[in-house]
Design a protein around this ligand. Structure first.
Ligand SMILES: NC(=O)C1=CN([C@@H]2O[C@H](COP(=O)(O)OP(=O)(O)OC[C@H]3O[C@@H](n4cnc5c(N)ncnc54)[C@H](O)[C@@H]3O)[C@@H](O)[C@H]2O)C=CC1
Ligand SMILES: O=C(CO)[C@H](O)[C@H](O)COP(=O)(O)O
Length: 294
């Protein structure tokens, strides 16, 4: 099988390598000339045999929109486009409908595993028609970890379902990371546990809270004890917000994920206007002392 892959960044670059190791021929295109196999989307399309399978792995939003629109202009009926980036699930119907105008097939796939996917394999959740998912199975099989397919791959539903599942996965990721991080701060806040990194290390096997994120926390502390080199500003790239928006839309209580998202917003404030106001109001009603501005 020979496929096209657009986007060879932190994810796509490693995915190309894993696919090739798994016996899939890959022609990759990226705007970055240092990593691309071909110079243009046209050359990619000319190189990949029809009916083509093109995997898109670029930033969600405008970039994905533009790449899919270009593919819609240039591909042929019967070709299949799979969006493996973190697109919002609501975008998938739009992309599928655009491509369907020319008889081009579309599927979406949530991909989990980050930069470790090359060595560990990727967890995959695909949305689309059964025949399209079936057609792409050799690709999914090369990307996922060894072992039973059901343990790392799922066809979750129609178009958009893959990205919906990935959105919820990432919402869970937010909540888990926040809980571990708060535990880290609590252990560090008091001189009672004398070996903080050793505590996390000893939690890695056997405990109820053992997990890959915990392993990565141990690794981060090995590399930078005290996290001295890292600022406390935490970015987000959309999935957490969309999860909270879906929780509201469906009246699903999601306090842990929501708090984790808001903690990231708090991380970006040096001098919170809201907390200044809380301090001012305590002073107004109770005469409680405020601290002078920094
Ligand atoms: N980094 C991660 O842990 C994960 C990322 N994702 C998603 O996968 C997608 C890619 O993520 P990363 O590789 O981390 O991002 P990245 O920013 O490292 O790579 C994006 C690549 O797309 C290329 N690109 C941008 N516009 C292009 C265009 N018009 N044509 C061709 N190439 C273009 C860039 O040059 C870059 O190499 C995103 O949607 C991201 O949300 C999904 C799972 C995990
Ligand atoms: O999908 C991922 C991991 O599963 C990506 O790393 C994603 O960027 C994480 O979300 P955020 O950037 O909002 O922390």
């Amino acid at each position: 099988m020979h496929i096209g892959l657009i986007g060879l960044g932190k994810m796509g670059f490693n995915m190309r390598e894993r696919l090739r190791k798994g016996g899939i021929d890959v022609t990759g295109f990226d705007r970055n000339p240092d990593v691309t196999d071909v110079a243009s989307v046209d050359e990619l399309i000319a190189t990949v045999p029809a009916p083509r399978l093109i995997w898109v792995m670029v930033p969600s939003g405008d970039v994905t929109d533009a790449v899919i629109a270009e593919l819609g202009d240039k591909l042929d009926a019967g070709d299949l486009v799979i969006d493996g980036g973190n697109s919002r699930f609501t975008e998938d119907q739009k992309h599928g409908a655009l491509l369907a105008e020319k008889g081009i097939r579309f599927a979406d796939c949530g991909v989990s595993g980050g930069v470790w996917g090359l060595q560990n394999g990727y967890g995959l959740m695909a949305g689309g028609d059964a025949a399209d998912i079936e057609r792409a199975l050799p690709v999914f099989d090369a990307l996922r970890p060894d072992g039973e397919r059901e343990d790392s791959f799922v066809h979750v539903g129609g178009i958009g379902a893959g990205h919906y599942a990935k959105m919820v996965h990432n919402g869970i990721e937010y909540g888990l990371m926040q809980a571990y991080a708060e535990g880290y701060e609590l252990l560090a806040a008091k001189d009672i546990v004398t070996d903080l990194p050793g505590t996390f290390r000893a939690w890695q096997k056997g405990t109820v809270v053992r997990s890959w994120l915990l392993d990565l926390m141990v690794k981060a502390l090995d590399e930078d004890p005290g996290l001295q080199t890292i600022d406390d500003y935490v970015e987000d790239s959309g999935e957490g917000r969309w999860t909270v928006e879906e929780a509201i839309a469906n009246a699903v209580p999601a306090p842990a994920i929501t708090a984790a998202l808001f903690a990231r917003f708090s991380s970006r404030e040096d001098n919170s206007p809201a907390m200044k106001m809380v301090s001012a109001l305590r002073h107004q009603f109770g005469g409680h002392a405020t601290r002078p501005a920094k």
